[in-house]
Design a protein around this ligand. Structure first.
Ligand SMILES: Nc1ncnc2c1ncn2[C@@H]1O[C@H](COP(=O)(O)OP(=O)(O)OP(=O)(O)O)[C@@H](O)[C@H]1O
Length: 227
């Protein structure tokens, strides 16, 4: 599944230097595991580093995951940032602020250290839930895309798990022993995202094929049959 996404969207190309956002959660860990195994293939021609951005709100990467990174021979780096200290006066701390600072840090690190791509652990359910959220809340048809080349920055975001349903990741993470770690800070406001996930499950009954159809529908727009 991941191989197909990588192939369909040319997510890994010759000579790429890829920075993977490592949260310690199951999704980015699955992504790192994939990159580590792909690196072992004959003729692999890319480099990658897993970067964890630690703030005062998220704990460090759990020891068992650090040990897996070592076992997989992953080049792992960690930086610490003071998310609250960056808030402008009078502004309140929020989940959005924290994740935007993480995103900014990934970009700055990539530019300073010569990485041309940043890989994130968003999976199929994240992408479809975003379609539902954007349609119902913003009244537009859009989502996070598998490959996004930034216009004003020499970096491309890639999402190699875009075809992978979350339940497949959970199953695999349980088998491999890295299921369980999630962000537990008190600023999380995932209510809209959680509601969209529920709607997605209702719409598809959790069926992988139906989720795949929904994703494919986004690639087969028939404007002549739309208002
Ligand atoms: N602290 C962090 N440091 C580096 N990258 C991060 C961090 N937190 C999140 N990311 C990156 O951003 C992606 C999306 O973040 P989000 O918080 O939505 O994670 P998630 O869907 O819970 O996934 P995961 O299981 O990887 O935590 C992650 O998959 C990861 O690639």
């Amino acid at each position: 599944m991941i191989d197909k996404a990588v192939y369909d969207y040319s997510l890994i190309e010759k000579g790429d230097r890829i920075l993977i956002g490592a949260s310690g959660g199951k999704d980015s860990t699955a992504l790192i595991e994939y990159f580590a195994s792909r690196k072992l293939r004959k003729n692999s021609d890319f480099e990658f580093t897993a970067l964890h951005i630690q703030s005062e709100f998220g704990g460090p990467i759990p020891e068992n995951i650090r040990m897996l990174f070592e076992k997989w021979n992953v080049d792992f780096k960690k930086i610490e940032i003071d998310v609250q200290g960056r808030l402008a006066e009078g502004k309140k701390m929020s989940c959005y602020w924290c994740s935007s600072q993480r995103r900014k840090e990934l970009l700055v690190y990539a530019k300073e250290h010569g990485y041309n791509k940043i890989a994130l652990g968003h999976h199929l359910d994240d992408i479809l839930a975003t379609v539902i959220m954007n349609a119902l809340q913003k009244a537009e048809l859009s989502t996070m895309i598998p490959k996004l080349k930034l216009e004003n920055f020499p970096v491309t975001f890639i999402r190699p798990l875009c075809y992978t349903p979350e339940d497949v990741i959970i199953e695999h993470a349980k088998e491999t022993g890295y299921y369980g770690f999630t962000c537990t800070c008190t600023f999380q406001d995932n209510s809209a995202r959680k509601a969209a996930r529920k709607k997605l499950d209702y719409l598809t009954d959790g069926d992988r094929i139906l989720k795949e159809h929904l994703f494919n529908a986004l690639r087969k727009i028939k404007p002549e049959y739309l208002p």
